[in-house]
Design a binder for this molecule. Structure first.
Ligand code: NAP
Ligand code: HSE
Length: 428
């Protein structure tokens, strides 16, 4: 029998338990496909007494993930604890220093420290694989670093946070409150240990930074992302957008422009009839555009035990076969430092505002938009809520700077009842 690949797994929560299950249930198949058995030798989590619904008695238990990471009987350190720093980073660094390959689902750690960790790995002739960190079960990192390796990628975009997409679609389709939809997403294992990472768009931003790195051969630049979460998206906007033929999605877009690398992760309107508009629940979608391939669309479950463990195990299988693609698809010291674009490409915008229902109020708003060079495409006054007038405006293409100027001028009038909501309409 050939030498087994021995895994040390730190983190036995949603994803870790999923990985243990696959290693056990698919042992024979994995041996056949990898040409050698894949085994677990040691595991680690915080609470040894916790019932995880799986037997762990066959594995060495380590209270300390760093001690696990450097064990002689561990070939690959599988980091599934989470957190950008702390135990995850310490154990990953220890594993690399001890000459182990690392497989992780930890987008927070890699978005913030991926460059330094990749350099450490390469200095020891090792790699960090992170398929599970981006878009759950969708093999998008593999698609970019392998199948599309011969393309100059022009744009990547997508819906990459299952929690947010689940909440937005369940609020619209099932009429749930935000709290009810969030509780369901949590029950499905989608939500991060710190849910503000999901809702604030930060988790999706981490994923976008990693995708940009592999797509554009650039150093991961999380700080260069224009980032907004779904916390300000109201049920009213979800319904109004639907009425006008759109859906609201937490959409990430990354493209290389003459002004630098434009990376945005923000709630956007997309046509309800488009593939992105039709995504429901925890499903993710990534659209990749390249000079040779034109466009490909990848769609699949973005979170949860099975899909995420599937991605972790895909990386493990590569390592078992002796296949090592550099962490970000090319040597880390050759990744370019691409400056962040200071402004984004023009787009139409959706504006929702409530005006005082008095003569000239709407005319003032139209004048302000005109003065900032913004042309109105469609406009609707809705509801019967005298003395207030709820108004929806869809603009023609404009820049965010021009819109911000107009919003600033509107704030100086006495016709607004509340601060306007402004959402970009993405052409997809
Ligand atoms: P989780 O359910 O919260 O599990 C985390 C596990 O790590 C727990 O078993 C916990 O131990 C252990 N742990 C935490 N801190 C530790 C420490 N200092 N020392 C030892 N063990 C520690 O998290 P998860 O959902 O499985 O996510 C794990 C990673 O995968 C995260 O990076 C997450 O962002 C990423 N990810 C998750 C999903 C998903 O759908 N859940 C999808 C893609 C990526 P106890 O159980 O004893 O508390
Ligand atoms: N919290 C993440 C999500 C898990 O909801 O998409 C998958 O990365």
């Amino acid at each position: 029998m050939s030498t087994p690949l021995r895994l040390g797994i730190a983190g036995l929560g949603t994803v870790g338990v999923g990985v243990v299950r696959i290693v056990r249930t698919h042992a024979e198949m994995l041996t056949a496909r990898c040409g050698r058995p894949v085994e677990i030798t040691a595991v680690s989590a915080r609470d040894r007494s916790k019932d995880r619904g799986i037997g762990l008695s066959g594995y060495t238990w380590c209270d300390d993930p760093v001690a696990l990471a450097v064990r002689e009987d561990v070939d690959v350190f599988v980091e599934l604890m989470g957190g950008s720093d702390g135990a995850a980073k310490q154990a990953t660094e220890a594993a690399l220093a001890a000459g182990k390959d690392v497989v992780t689902a930890n987008k927070a750690m890699l978005a913030l420290h991926g460059q330094a960790l990749a350099e450490k790995a390469e200095a020891r002739g090792r790699v960090i694989r992170f398929e599970a960190a981006v878009a759950g079960g969708i093999p998008v990192v593999k698609a970019l670093t392998e199948g599309l390796a011969a393309n100059r990628v022009t744009r990547v975009m997508g819906v990459m946070n299952g929690t947010c997409n689940y909440i937005l679609t369940r609020m619209e389709k099932a009429g749930l409150t935000y709290e009810e939809a969030f509780a369901e997403a949590d029950g499905l294992g989608y939500v991060e240990a710190d849910p503000t990472l999901d809702i604030g768009g930060i988790d999706a931003g981490h994923k976008l930074a990693l995708l940009s790195a592999v797509a554009f051969g650039a150093r991961p630049d999380f700080d260069g992302i224009r980032l907004e979460g779904i916390d300000k998206v109201s049920i009213e906007d979800i319904h109004q957008a639907a009425d006008m033929g759109f859906r609201i999605k937490l959409l990430g877009v990354s493209q290389r422009t003459a002004r630098g690398l434009e990376q945005r992760m923000q709630p956007c309107l997309v046509p309800a009839s488009s593939p992105l508009g039709q995504l429901e629940g925890g499903t993710n979608m990534v659209v990749i555009e390249g000079d040779a391939v034109e466009q490909i669309v990848l769609r699949g479950p973005g979170a949860g035990e099975g899909p995420t463990a599937s991605a972790v195990m895909g990386d493990v299988c590569d390592l078992a076969r002796g296949y090592r693609v550099p962490t970000f698809g090319q040597p880390a010291d050759q990744l370019e430092t691409v400056p962040a674009a200071k402004s984004s490409l023009p787009a139409p915008f959706y504006l929702r505002m409530t005006l005082k229902d008095k003569p000239g109020a709407l005319a003032q708003i139209a004048t302000i938009l005109g003065a900032s060079g913004i042309s109105i495409d469609r406009m609707r006054q809705y509801g019967d809520s005298e003395p207030e007038a709820p108004v929806l405006i869809v603009t023609h293409k404009t820049t965010r700077d021009a819109l911000d100027e107009a919003l600033g001028s509107m704030a100086g009038t006495d016709v607004l009842v509340s601060t306007p909501v402004a959402l970009r309409i993405e052409e997809v």
